[in-house]
Design a protein around this ligand. Structure first.
Ligand SMILES: Nc1ncnc2c1ncn2[C@@H]1O[C@H](COP(=O)(O)OP(=O)(O)OP(=O)(O)O)[C@@H](O)[C@H]1O
Ligand SMILES: [Mg+2]
Length: 377
């Protein structure tokens, strides 16, 4: 069973085709064929593995192209047809709709509307987006973002299908926090071949104690070069359709693969400590997120290693500087933290009664919100 939507593109212009492939991959779609004319399309639609979607660019002669391709939606009723044109003419649009075209996309593409149209097709095939994506971002080394990501993911996995992706591609230690030595990693699911459940399942290591599915960082640092922006977009699109929650242990970066994570995240969770270097970086990165167009509702601040006495900055000062409230505060608990690391088991499992665990479970619950219930409905 494919977990991914398959799509064929028909466009006379090779550059347009290439551009559209990029856009579609961003939404987790697999482009199985790119054609320059509709003439070679019918045989591909007769096959057992016909695509879910065909996108035809009617330009440069939209009326003529529509005449030529117009019979296809009726003949291949199981396939969704989108037609695009830079000519937005009421007659053309009406003709296309009468012929059974699912969506008419005016060019240039308005990304939000296009995404919504794709989502409607995905839902129709039982592949609507499900997962809430939680992107965990550190502000300085050692502020505890891996601890937060691993424990929040573990906590969520008690009640929901949850995956953890280690996106600290060279130094990352998510798998070792669970005492796992994965055979396959994120670098193995980046290829251009079709990603099916089998391939994804193989690459995920399941933690026996929690059933959390972990996608580890590559073993060899040089393999991190196999992780690409389109691969990451495809992976997130696919995982979002497979899990209830996807937690990403990430980096403070706007490199292309991290931008994919930022933009796909329902929550960008910024982990900080109450000191000046951490606060400065938090402010710089929140600024970058805002310039990338991320709404405030998708940015949350968690203060880790909180101590009532030992702190350089007051929480109120941070909130004023960031223009955001601190969403969660996790106490400093060296004994529980180090015990968990040495044992290779997250704190929430190793020391569930500790104040640190209770706080991390509370954060998971806060992040969960109504999402799980909304999905169950
Ligand atoms: N709330 C806490 N109380 C005490 N120690 C903590 C707490 N959270 C994390 N730690 C400890 O701080 C250290 C760094 O944590 P962690 O690896 O999670 O941070 P990080 O931000 O991911 O660091 P890196 O920059 O290496 O990615 C670890 O030894 C961890 O056990
Ligand atoms: Mg880390």
């Amino acid at each position: 069973m494919y977990l991914q939507m398959n799509c064929i593109i028909v466009d006379a212009d090779a550059n347009n085709r290439q551009e559209l492939v990029g856009v579609l991959q961003h939404y987790g779609m697999q482009v199985v064929a790119q054609l320059s004319s509709v003439d070679t399309l019918p045989p591909l639609l007769q096959r057992g593995d016909a695509p879910h979607l065909v996108i035809i660019n009617l330009d440069p002669s939209p009326q003529e192209s529509l005449k030529k391709a117009g019979y296809l939606p009726r003949q291949f009723g199981a396939v969704n047809f989108f037609m695009m044109s830079s000519v937005v003419d009421a007659n053309l649009l009406m003709d296309a709709m009468h012929l059974g075209v699912k969506e008419f996309i005016p060019l240039p593409i308005a990304e939000e509307k296009f995404a919504a149209a794709i989502e409607r097709v995905a839902q129709q095939h039982g592949m609507g987006k499900r997962a809430k994506v939680i992107h965990v971002i550190p502000t300085i080394g050692g502020c505890g973002s891996t601890t937060v990501a691993c424990n929040v993911a573990t906590s969520l996995s008690q009640t929901n299908r949850t995956a953890l992706i280690d996106l600290d591609l060279v130094r990352g230690g998510a798998a070792s926090q669970f005492d796992l030595r994965p055979r396959y990693t994120i670098a193995d699911v980046m290829g251009t071949e079709k990603l099916d459940r089998h391939l994804l399942d193989n690459a995920l290591s399941v933690h026996p104690g929690s059933k959390l599915a972990i996608l580890a960082r590559p073993e060899l640092p040089e393999d991190t070069q196999r992780v690409t922006q389109p691969g990451m977009a495809r992976l997130l699109g696919l995982m979002a359709r497979t899990f209830d929650f996807v937690v990403i242990d990430s980096l403070m970066s706007i490199d292309p693969i991290y931008t994919v994570a930022v933009q796909n995240a329902d929550v960008n969770l910024i982990v900080m400590q109450l000191n000046v270097p951490s606060a400065k970086n938090a402010e710089r990165f929140v600024g970058a997120l805002r310039r990338m167009g991320i709404e405030s509702s998708k940015i949350k601040i968690a203060v880790n290693r909180f101590e009532k006495k030992n702190r350089d900055i007051e929480p109120r000062e941070i909130e004023r500087a960031l223009g955001l409230e601190i969403a969660w505060t996790i106490p400093n608990d060296f004994k529980s933290a180090i015990g968990a690391i040495n044992f290779g088991e997250p704190v929430v499992l190793r020391a569930p009664k500790s104040e640190m665990s209770q706080s991390l479970n509370g954060l998971a619950l806060e992040l969960k919100g109504n999402h799980a219930k909304a999905n169950a409905a």
